[in-house]
Design a protein around this ligand. Structure first.
Ligand SMILES: [Zn+2]
Length: 155
């Protein structure tokens, strides 16, 4: 079986340092590619499963708890207006959450981000603007790690 998130997990130590935000016990937080939504992360389960219902109760609770911890770190770092949580898996059926901060200047605020990404798919400069955050990915990852470290110490 060829699964993107299983492959990433196997090669976790070879991934670029700006891609892996945090290694939780049951999941891995990655920086997502569209950083105009500053702090957008993908949280992938360590275990290959396609649905939450496939996890035993304890693993599912930990996985959801890790999602909330990551969301809290994003909130503390970047103060978004709203967070969007999405678990789709239609393209990559290995459980992963998209945790997407939304900001007041978002022109497509009433839509899920996929609408914007699809709408701009043939507009290369606009797509580049979607991908590039207002700060470097290294700065974003460093801020998130700092927040996650301090959240872990508070527990
Ligand atoms: Zn997988």
């Amino acid at each position: 079986m060829d699964c993107l998130f299983c492959r990433k997990l196997e090669a976790i130590n070879e991934l670029p340092p700006d891609e892996v935000v945090w290694q939780f016990t049951h999941s891995i937080a990655y920086l997502a590619p569209f950083q105009s939504y500053l702090g957008y992360c993908i949280l992938a389960s360590r275990k290959h499963a396609t649905e939450l219902s496939q996890l035993d109760d304890e693993t599912r609770l930990y996985f959801l708890d890790e999602m909330c911890t990551l969301a809290r770190a994003i909130e503390e770092c970047f103060r978004p207006k709203k967070l969007n949580y999405e678990m789709l898996g239609n393209q990559t059926p290995h459980m992963h959450w998209h945790i997407i901060p939304r900001y007041p200047d978002d022109a497509d605020a009433m839509h899920a981000i996929w609408y914007t990404i699809e709408r701009l798919k043939d507009d290369k400069p606009a797509r580049q603007r979607l991908k590039k955050g207002p700060q470097s990915n290294a700065e974003t990852v460093a801020a998130l790690r700092q927040a996650l470290k301090s959240l872990a110490e508070r527990e």
